[in-house]
Design a protein around this ligand. Structure first.
Ligand code: ATP
Ligand code: MG
Length: 739
């Protein structure tokens, strides 16, 4: 047919072409790194469009990160010659969010629901742990949230968590928290990332007609990095694909690195069962890396027992062996790499083609410091990112409240920022009321300012904030959202707060706020912008400036660079001790796959390094070279002796010398957060039964003592107190007085 001669097919080998041309029915492409799986997927999409098998809106394409989605959009628009817009091309979360917004009411949400980030989630879990009277020391929020998230990854709503599972994790208490957590999310009109998929699945089950609509709409479904889908994602895909059954997934079992986040590599193996008659394509030619890099990576991954096994070959020229170096400590490792980067620059390499891939987030700091000193431009992907900075999060909280008046977490964040005399006791009071009346925190604020519950100064201040928020919301109707954001930040006193601040960071923070408004201008409206932010918080974004990239190995999946540095190959760090402790051999194999991912990112040169000493979480550790180093086939690596290592020996017994550089204090400050206010249990009990009060009824109020009801209006009472005189109070805060 005319298809075969299409120009976009010219750059494919025979099996790749087969995977592209077999558009009808299920297809699985299972093959190693750099064999062109992503390229196949992109070309398949182009092929479907140019042969008019479907409209853009009829194709659902799933990528693993937003960065990958953008890259794919770029590649496709280059081939078809027009921009990619409004397509169903993105991450599982982005796509599921889009479906959920359109059908929110069906699962009890409003369409403007908020997507919580990790920080919000932790804050919420902590409150619930305290409300359950559990010891936060024994039940760290992070651990509890982790368990809840793993349940969600597996498609388990609270109702579906089985007895066996409850018993496994702390005798059911965590399930209680999970239930409370979901209930609170519902009151907040919010959901977390896991919910995006769970709510979709619930929606499809509750409303078969909605499912049918999407099943019919998506004639073709394409999925990249299939080995890392979790059960919830898998269920979602399977439901959607049942319509046309034109599902093409590509993956590599050797690159499955998200087991700890619920990914199930078995999904790949199950594919042929779920979609009988599936066509399986294997690609063996690697187009990315030189033979030495490929051989080193293949030799390493061959040590894994649980794998399907595959051979890879390349036609690329010989190239250089993988370089292995050692350093005295992490600081020296960073110095060596800095020097090497400068040498590469002198040789004319573009920094955009250089990446440093670390195992753990904390490793980036040393490189950042070194590169700042050397003036090497760099960007950190996946680290403390723009939208995670304190001032940005504060500003976003204001904007979230304008967008969604009942966003309690956002409200709590800004209620006293800048300071307005609304301290913890006021917030606690609001929490009590919100819980007692099952309303949101902002709603509690709106109600309480109508009463005398708060001291006059606090009441005035809170009323001011409530009025401001209402006014901004009004402005949002007519005003451009960028201009509105400026007004909000000015009128709230937030910008002024940083202008008055004398710290070194303050000017940078003001700049960031400007940048935020700038960033908003790319979006049509405030809601769209906030949605974008919640999604990029999760995945790194691409920038195309001429800078070196620092990122984690996990984040680097699917990407490629000419030159890749892989530092920190030490026992305990990589493989990570925690993974080994928690998951034994399975964990070790996942770590090894991560090493394989790292090496196979490199096109031309791969550097691996390790340090003899490293300071991890403020403690010095002596590190043995990683076992993975010994597993690299010796004929494909080149050990580099370095003098600096020996020079470093003089510091052997005084590692504290470099202490000054490591304090990390300012770093910690940036991420340190105010603990959420605790809930005052007695007040909650008192508030539990507001009841109805006839005039003349005798009541007792915590603060004002005994009194008699003068009049009642909804949940507000006017009371003549014996000592305090006439006050307006919330019905929730009084109890009947029994004489
Ligand atoms: P990973 O497993 O790391 O995600 P992948 O299998 O998705 O890798 P791609 O990223 O699609 O591989 O391709 C790797 C590189 O090889 C890319 O630069 C791609 O453009 C190139 N490539 C793929 N197929 C061919 C081909 N037939 N001819 C030339 N280059 C190719
Ligand atoms: Mg790929």
């Amino acid at each position: 047919s005319g298809d075969i001669s299409a120009p976009y097919l010219a750059g494919l080998n025979a099996p790749q072409r087969e995977a592209v041309l077999n558009t009808e029915g299920p297809v699985l492409v299972l093959s190693g790194a750099g064999t062109g799986k992503t390229r196949v997927l992109t070309t398949r999409l182009v092929h479907i469009l140019s042969t008019q098998r479907a409209w853009p809106s009829q194709i659902l394409a799933v990528t693993f990160t937003n960065k990958a989605a953008n890259e794919m959009k770029g590649r496709i628009s280059a081939i078809i010659g027009r921009p990619v817009e409004g397509w169903w091309l993105g991450t599982f979360h982005a796509l599921a969010a889009r479906i959920l917004r359109a059908n929110a009411e069906q699962v009890g949400l409003k369409p403007n629901f908020t997507i919580l980030d990790t920080d919000d989630q932790l804050r919420l879990v902590k409150q619930l742990i305290q409300a359950e009277n559990l010891d936060n020391q024994k039940w760290p929020s992070r651990v509890v949230l982790g368990i809840i998230e793993r349940w969600k990854d597996r498609g388990l709503t609270p109702e579906r968590v089985t007895r066996a599972e409850q018993a496994e994790v702390a005798s059911g208490r965590i399930l209680d928290i999970y239930r409370d957590y979901q209930a609170r999310l519902a009151t907040l009109n919010a959901c977390d990332f896991g919910d995006l998929l769970l709510h979709n699945i619930e929606l499809f089950q509750k409303a078969p007609e909605v499912l049918l609509k999407y099943q019919q709409q998506f004639k073709y479904i394409l999925v990249d990095e299939y080995q890392d889908t979790n059960v919830a994602q898998y269920l979602w895909l399977r439901l959607l694909a049942q319509g046309h059954r034109n599902l093409c997934v590509v993956g590599d079992d050797d690159q499955s690195v998200y087991g700890w986040r619920g990914a199930e590599v078995e999904n790949i193996l199950k594919f042929e069962q779920d979609f009988p008659g599936a066509k399986v394509v294997r690609l063996e030619q690697n187009y990315r890396s030189t033979p030495h890099i490929l051989a080193a990576a293949s030799g390493l991954i061959a040590k894994n027992a649980g794998r399907l096994g595959k051979t890879l070959w390349t036609e690329r020229a010989e190239g250089e062996k993988v370089r292995v170096t050692s350093a005295w400590d992490g600081e020296e490792e960073a110095r060596q790499i800095g020097e090497e980067v400068e040498a590469l620059q002198r040789k004319g390499h573009n920094l955009r083609e250089v990446a440093i891939l670390v195992r753990a987030g904390f490793q980036t700091r040393e490189f950042e410091e070194r590169f700042i000193t050397l003036g090497i431009p760099y960007r950190v992907i996946g680290g403390p990112r723009f939208y995670e900075r304190l001032e940005i999060r504060d500003a976003l909280a204001y904007l979230r409240l304008v967008n969604q008046p009942d966003d309690g977490l956002a409200f709590e964040r800004i209620v006293n920022t800048p300071r307005r005399g609304l301290g913890d006791s006021t917030v606690r009071r609001l929490h009590d009321l919100a819980r007692a009346q099952a309303i949101s925190l902002p709603e509690a604020a709106r109600r309480i300012v109508e009463t005398d519950e708060l001291k006059p100064a606090a009441r005035r201040s809170l009323a001011g904030l409530v009025q401001d928020l209402a006014r901004w919301r009004g402005l949002a109707e007519t005003m451009d959202h960028g201009a509105l954001a400026e007004i909000v930040l000015d009128e709230s006193g937030y910008t002024e707060m940083w202008k008055q601040d004398k710290s070194i960071e303050a000017p940078g923070r003001l700049e960031n706020l400007k940048e935020l408004i700038h960033a908003m201008e790319e979006f049509e409206n405030l809601g769209g912008f906030l949605e974008h932010v919640s999604l990029v918080m999760e995945n790194a974004e691409s920038g195309d400036r001429d800078q070196l990239t620092i990122m984690t190995l996990h984040g680097a999946k699917g990407l490629e660079f000419d030159i890749v540095f892989l530092p920190g190959w030490e026992e305990g760090l990589f493989p990570s001790q925690r993974t080994l402790d928690e998951n034994g051999l399975k964990g070790l194999e996942e770590e090894r796959r991560l090493a394989y991912v790292g090496l196979t990112r490199a096109r031309k040169i791969a550097y691996v390094s390790h340090a003899a000493n490293r300071r991890v979480h403020n403690q010095w550790q002596t590190g043995l070279p990683s076992r993975f180093l010994a597993e690299l086939p010796p004929e494909h690596i080149e050990r580099r002796d370095n003098q600096t290592f020996h020079r470093g020996q003089s510091r052997m017994f005084n590692p504290g010398l470099s202490e000054g550089r490591w304090t990390g204090a300012s770093y910690m400050q940036r991420t340190a957060r105010k603990p959420p206010p605790t809930i005052d249990a007695t007040a909650v009990v008192a508030a539990e039964s507001p009841g109805r009060y006839a005039s003349g009824a005798k009541v007792f109020h915590q603060k004002f003592g005994y009194g008699a009801v003068v009049s009642a209006e909804g949940d507000k009472l006017e009371i003549e107190f014996d000592k305090a005189g006439r006050k307006k109070v919330m019905a929730g805060f009084v109890v009947p007085a029994h004489e």
